[in-house]
Design a protein around this ligand. Structure first.
Ligand SMILES: Cc1cc2nc3c(=O)[nH]c(=O)nc-3n(C[C@H](O)[C@H](O)[C@H](O)COP(=O)(O)O)c2cc1C
Length: 317
C-alpha cells in the first residue's frame, strides 16, 4: 500500500505553533498540520494579534492549514482573505467542535443538524474565497444519521478534502468511534474521505487501514502528542538510537519557547502540564516525576520534576 498522508489534528491550546515547530524539528512522519481554530472576524487585520499564531515567520517548519470556526459566511470569507494575505493556500472549516458553548451558537458541530444552513454557507464561501477549502466534521450533533444528509451537499462543492471524525458532538471525546457510520458516509461521498479519531498506536492504525483500504489520509491528534514517534513508526521511517533523548530535546524546545513567548510563569507551566498529561504516556514508570510536574509552582520545581521524570525510566519506544 502507498504511504499514507498523515496530518496533525488541531488541539486547541496543545498543537500551538510552539508545539508544531518543535515537533517538526525533532520528529518525522507528519505531512502537515491543521492549526487550532480561529473564530471568524468581520474586518480582520492579517498582522493583528488574532492571527499571531499563524504568522508565516512563526510557521516555517511545518506546512500548516489554518482552521476557522464560523457560521457567518461573510466573516469566514473575510477571515480567509486575511489568511490568504499571510500566504496560506488552504483553509479548513470547523464543523466538529462539540462544546455546548459553541454548538448552542450553531457553530462547529452545532451546524450539523442544519444541512440547509451548511449549503447556504458553502454556496457563498466557495463562490468568494480564492483559497482551497477543506472541512473537518463529525457524524452529527446528537444523531449520527445527520451525516447522511450532509454528504450529498458536500459532494456539490469543490472541497480539497473532507476529514471525518466518526463520533457525534454529544459524545465529546467519550465512547467509541463509529466505524460503521464512517463507512456509510464514505459510501455516499464522491470523494475519498480522510479519517480522524482514536489512532493511538500501530494496532489501531492497522485496524482502520484494513477496514478502509481506500482511505489514504489519516489525521492524528492525541496519539501523536502522547507518542510523538507514532507517525514515523506508521510510515516505517527510521527512529533515533536514543528516543528518550529526542523526547527530552523536544520537551526543552517547547518549554523554553513557552517561557519566552508566554507572559507569566503560571501560563507557561500550565501549558507544560497540559502537554505532560499526554506525553506522560511515553514513560513507563515515572509516576513520581509526573506527580511532581503536576504540583510544580515554580520553574525550578518544574525543571527538577522533569529531570526526575526523564531519569526514572527509559521511554517505551
Ligand atoms: C484539547 C483538544 C482541543 C481540540 N481542538 C480542536 C480544534 O481547535 N479544532 C478541531 O477541529 N478539533 C479540535 N479537537 C478535536 C481533534 O482535532 C480531533 O478531532 C480529536 O481529538 C480526535 O482525534 P484523535 O483521537 O486523533 O485525538 C480538539 C480535541 C482536543 C482533545
Amino acid at each position: 500500500m502507498a504511504s499514507p498522508v498523515i496530518s496533525l489534528a488541531p488541539l486547541q491550546g496543545v498543537t500551538t505553533r510552539v508545539f508544531r515547530n518543535a515537533y517538526a524539528k525533532r520528529f518525522g512522519g507528519v505531512d502537515y498540520a491543521i492549526a487550532p481554530y480561529l473564530i471568524s472576524v468581520p474586518t480582520p487585520d492579517p498582522r493583528g494579534d488574532h492571527f499571531k499564531e499563524l504568522f508565516p515567520e512563526y510557521n516555517a517548519r511545518m506546512p500548516v492549514v489554518p482552521q476557522i470556526l464560523s457560521n457567518d459566511a461573510a466573516g469566514f470569507v473575510a477571515t480567509a482573505s486575511a489568511l490568504e494575505a499571510l500566504g496560506y493556500v488552504e483553509v479548513n472549516w470547523n464543523l466538529g467542535c462539540p462544546y455546548p458553548m459553541v454548538t448552542r451558537k450553531r457553530r462547529g458541530a452545532g451546524l450539523l443538524p442544519h444541512p440547509d444552513v451548511v449549503r447556504a454557507f458553502l454556496e457563498e464561501a466557495c463562490g468568494r474565497i480564492r483559497l482551497e477549502l477543506s472541512i473537518k466534521l463529525r457524524l452529527g450533533l446528537a444523531d449520527s444519521a445527520e451525516i447522511l444528509g450532509l454528504m450529498p451537499i458536500l459532494n456539490d462543492y469543490p472541497l480539497r478534502s473532507v476529514i471525518l471524525h466518526p463520533r457525534v458532538g454529544a459524545q465529546l471525546y467519550e465512547g467509541s468511534v463509529d466505524l460503521d457510520a464512517f463507512a456509510a458516509a464514505a459510501s455516499l461521498s464522491t470523494r475519498e474521505l480522510a479519517y480522524n479519531g482514536d489512532i493511538v498506536d500501530e494496532a489501531s492504525y492497522a485496524t482502520i487501514r484494513a477496514r478502509f483500504p481506500s482511505v489514504s489520509e489519516f489525521m492524528l491528534g492525541r496519539g501523536v502528542v502522547s507518542d510523538p514517534f507514532l507517525p514515523a513508526r506508521i510510515k516505517g521511517l527510521g527512529l533515533p538510537d536514543d528516543p528518550k533523548a529526542t523526547i527530552k530535546a523536544f520537551h526543552d524546545d517547547v518549554y523554553f519557547s513557552y517561557r519566552e513567548t508566554l507572559s507569566g510563569r503560571t501560563h507557561a507551566l500550565d501549558k507544560m502540564k497540559e502537554l505532560w498529561s499526554y506525553l506522560g504516556a511515553s514513560f513507563a514508570r515515572s509516576e513520581d516525576g509526573l506527580k511532581e510536574i503536576r504540583k510544580a509552582a515554580s520553574f525550578e520545581a518544574y525543571e527538577k520534576a522533569v529531570r526526575m521524570a526523564f531519569s526514572d525510566d527509559t521511554a517505551q519506544q
